[in-house]
Design a protein around this ligand. Structure first.
Ligand code: GDP
Ligand code: IMO
Ligand code: MG
Length: 429
């Protein structure tokens, strides 16, 4: 049995999509277990870029892909993505792509509420993706959500929409001073989505257990990153789901014994989109150079990503929270050519050294990063495929990450392309 969870260790956009695509070659099933189309996972195959928001990144390797019960799904976006994949000759038939009956459905009012609330918050806004993620998880928790199984039953769907719309419209109109929604429009629009997507419905737990019995290899694809986790992240500047590895079980309907490994994806530096504290953030020309060379623009919203040095306080927090069996270092090529590199080893808070991410946002905002400085390398490393061939300074940087986190590096990514990868140890073996 070899079933691996892939998670982001920072604030998302670590390159999970590229690594899931790379490792999917060795897998039979790829399953997304949380989040929705707030995610933007980029894969580059033979120079062609694919961005997936909902469909698991294993689809390009022709693997079976499941959308887990822990996800929130905007059916319109899913259909658009499926159509785009079909245009590119990728099979998204119900044999390949399955949707958990228990996944929650993003409704038009979720998107409107997300946007209107953010607008109302002014400069206190979280900087959400505006995709309705928070309001949809909110309805799930208050037991008023609409699941995929409800969407594909016309009577249940109608009943559920009619039961909730009055309250949503009241909130939109009277509190958020926003437009209201005609329930008939939703029912019409969503009945088309239901017809199209119904053949993809699956009992995910049963499907996963059948795969496990057949000794299928499974990749659990995480979205966002550890520090965007609703419990463990920099709350309230987080997303609305659990992004840590433990949620792979919940969000895909399997037990913890079915997981054999956890791979943490680590970008060689740190980025963040949206608001919230970021101790190792760079506000200088070096930050701009990393942003430009790394093409750090959000794959979902196109926003410029904030950039900073690698922060091992965050990484050690991610190690505690996810118990990774290995790390993948991505975007290492981006750091070449800088005069020097820095790694944040700990924070200084009120005159003391600390090694944890404080729960209080006020305290985190006061934390000053303490750095070790390293010489960089000038060589282009994007063509390198063997660890031994990396420049000594690059190896020193990687060694220090391993020392500071106590996690072995299994893969190194030196470019966006599927093959621009150095394999030290295949997590599936
Ligand atoms: P995800 O959300 O974790 O899947 O990451 P994103 O796709 O949002 O962002 C990662 C970006 O970096 C994408 O544009 C990738 O194509 C790109 N990328 C991934 N790995 C590498 C790498 O090793 N080097 C470079 N230069 N780009 C990479
Ligand atoms: P991937 O999977 C980076 C951020 C948003 C915002 C906060 C809450 O591509 O790594 P939400 O719309 O989820 O309510 O927004 O979370 N965010 C991400 N940042 N990568 C992501 O996904 C993200 N998904 C959400 O920018 O700060
Ligand atoms: Mg992304």
């Amino acid at each position: 049995m070899s079933n691996i969870v892939i998670i982001g260790t920072q604030w998302g956009d670590e390159g999970k999509g590229k690594i899931v695509d790379h490792l999917a070659e060795f897998a039979d099933i790829v399953v997304r277990f949380q989040g929705g189309n707030n995610a933007g996972h980029t894969m580059v195959i033979k120079g062609k870029q694919f961005i997936s928001h909902l469909v698991p990144s294993g689809i390009l390797q022709g693997k079976k892909c499941y959308l887990g019960n822990g996800m929130v799904i905007d059916p319109d976006v899913l259909i658009e993505e499926m159509d785009e994949l079909t245009k590119n000759g990728i099979d998204v038939s119900p044999e390949k792509l399955k949707i958990s009956e228990k996944a929650h459905i993003i409704m038009p009012y979720h998107k409107m509420l997300d946007k209107a609330r953010e607008e109302m918050k002014g400069d206190k806004k979280i900087g959400t993706t505006g995709r309705g993620i928070g309001p949809c998880y909110e309805d799930k928790a208050t037991r008023r959500g609409i699941r995929f199984v409800d969407l594909i039953d016309p009577n249940v769907f109608k009943e559920k929409v009619n039961a909730i719309i009055e309250e949503k419209n009241f909130y939109l109109k009277d509190f958020l001073k926003s437009e209201t929604i005609n329930p008939m429009h939703i029912i019409d629009e969503y009945s088309n989505y239901a017809k199209r997507l119904a053949p993809h419905a699956v009992n995910i737990s049963v499907a996963m257990s059948q795969g496990i019995k057949k000794n299928n290899k499974i990749l659990f694809e995480g979205a966002q990153g550890t520090h965007l986790d609703i419990d463990h992240g920099t709350y309230p500047y987080v997303t609305s789901s659990n992004t840590v590895a433990g949620n792979a079980c919940n969000g895909a309907g399997v037990g913890p014994k079915d997981i054999t490994g956890v791979v943490g994806i680590v970008k060689a530096y740190t980025t963040r989109v949206g608001a919230g504290p970021f101790p190792a953030e760079l506000f200088d020309e070096i930050g701009d150079r990393i942003q430009e060379k790394g093409a750090e623009f959000g794959a979902t919203t196109g926003r410029r990503r904030r950039c900073g040095w690698l922060d091992t306080v965050l990484l050690r927090n991610a190690v505690r929270l996810n118990s990774p069996t290995g790390f993948v270092i991505t975007k290492l090529d981006v750091l070449g050519g800088l005069e020097f590199l820095k790694i944040c080893t700990h924070y200084e808070f009120q005159g003391k050294q600390i090694d944890e991410v404080p729960a209080s946002l006020k305290a985190l905002a006061e934390c000053k990063p303490v750095y070790e400085t390293f010489p960089s390398w000038s060589e282009d490393i994007s063509h390198i495929r063997k660890y031994e061939d990396l420049p000594q300074n690059t190896k020193n940087y990687l060694k220090r990450i391993e020392e500071l986190t106590d996690v072995p590096i299994q893969l190194i990514s030196v470019g966006p392309g599927r093959e621009e990868t150095i394999v030290i140890e295949n997590p599936f073996q």
